[in-house]
Ligand binder design. Structure first.
Ligand code: LMR
Length: 328
């Protein structure tokens, strides 16, 4: 065969190969730990639907809820290995990647959901999305769950009531310090183990949002809840920097726009769930819910707030101040 023909055949082959590569659908595995009925679960499915509509044939998202694939500790390793490409763990679970996100665990710092939105939408919050870039993680957006409540098998009305009680916490040194500040005994544990640990008495109490308390049935195995609103449970939608940077520019831009849309919906669902799930738990009659007086709430805040100073160097005083400016 003349050389020119061989050359032409090679060019055609390589063009076809690169076209088939270009046309290959990008699959994003999204693993998370809550049920599909939670704000995070619904938003993950919504993200999947929007991508199916707007990036059809180019990108597909497969969602794995309820710790089906990984718990939150494992999923961060899996992201870096490109075994999954998206997750939305609580910001409390990234201590090995950045100390900055410990900000979200400081007790009584975020006054309410509005203060969270004010900070995360502001310049400091947006800059913090990049805090774990040097460890290979890229934050894509903040997803809300809501304010946390305390529970145990006894009323927790003043800080002394927590003394000696074993509380499950997420894997956060800030949360550990928060419970130590009221002389309680914090135990780091993954989310999927909490229900069993509560029902068998391995732990005495926990802190979480109304949404997680309802969907994981914690209210069935705790006699008393305190509407403490002492901290926030906030997620970060996260991917690996390597995966994110590997996406073609047009796809990255469209995906970022879709994520913005899903994030707005997620916030709305979180606000609705906080109210509806609390009402569901009250109506169940399975547990008691205590509301604190202003004086009682102030006692918890006074006992826990020294934790701010302890972690100021890690999370940044400028970030603490920016949250305070959002309302105290
Ligand atoms: C927890 O571990 O309590 C939460 O982070 C679970 C979740 O994702 O809401």
């Amino acid at each position: 065969m003349p050389l020119i023909r061989i050359f032409a055949a090679l060019v055609i082959c390589s063009l076809a190969f690169s076209q088939s590569l270009m046309a290959k659908e990008i699959v994003i595995k999204f693993s998370h730990v809550t049920t599909e009925k939670t704000p995070k679960g619904k938003a993950a499915k919504y993200l999947q639907e929007l991508v199916a509509q707007r990036l059809k044939g180019k990108v597909r998202i497969d969602v794995y809820p309820n710790s089906q694939l990984y718990n939150d500790k494992e999923v961060l390793k899996a992201l870096l290995l490109n075994d999954v490409q998206m997750a939305a763990p609580s910001l409390s679970k990234f201590g090995k990647f950045t100390k900055k996100w410990g900000l979200f665990d400081l007790p009584f710092l975020f006054k309410d959901d509005n203060a969270v939105a004010c900070f995360t939408n502001g310049p400091k919050g947006q800059a913090l999305l990049n805090a774990a870039n040097n460890k290979g993680l890229q934050g894509l957006g903040y997803w809300l769950n809501g304010m946390k409540q305390l529970s145990a098998n006894k009323p927790l009305i003043v800080p002394d009531d927590a003394k000696g009680e074993k509380f499950r916490i997420m894997s956060s040194d800030v949360l550990e310090a928060q419970f130590k500040a009221v002389n309680a005994n914090p135990q780091k544990m993954s989310f999927s183990e909490v229900y069993n640990a509560l029902s068998t008495g391995v732990i005495d109490g926990q802190e979480n949002t109304w949404s997680n308390i309802r969907t994981k049935k914690f209210f069935e195995v705790q006699s008393d809840f305190t509407e403490s609103n002492h901290g926030v449970l906030e997620y970060i939608l996260v991917t690996s920097t390597e995966f994110w940077n590997s996406l073609p520019k047009d796809i990255q831009t469209e995906l970022a726009a879709i994520i913005k849309e899903a994030t707005l919906k997620e916030t709305q669902w979180a606000l609705e769930a906080a109210q509806a799930d609390k009402e569901f738990i009250i109506a169940s009659g399975r547990t008691k819910i205590h509301t604190l007086t202003n004086d009682q709430a102030a006692l918890w805040a006074t006992a826990m707030k020294p934790v701010w100073k302890q972690f100021e160097g890690n999370v940044g005083k400028d970030n603490i101040d920016a949250v305070i400016q959002c309302g105290q």
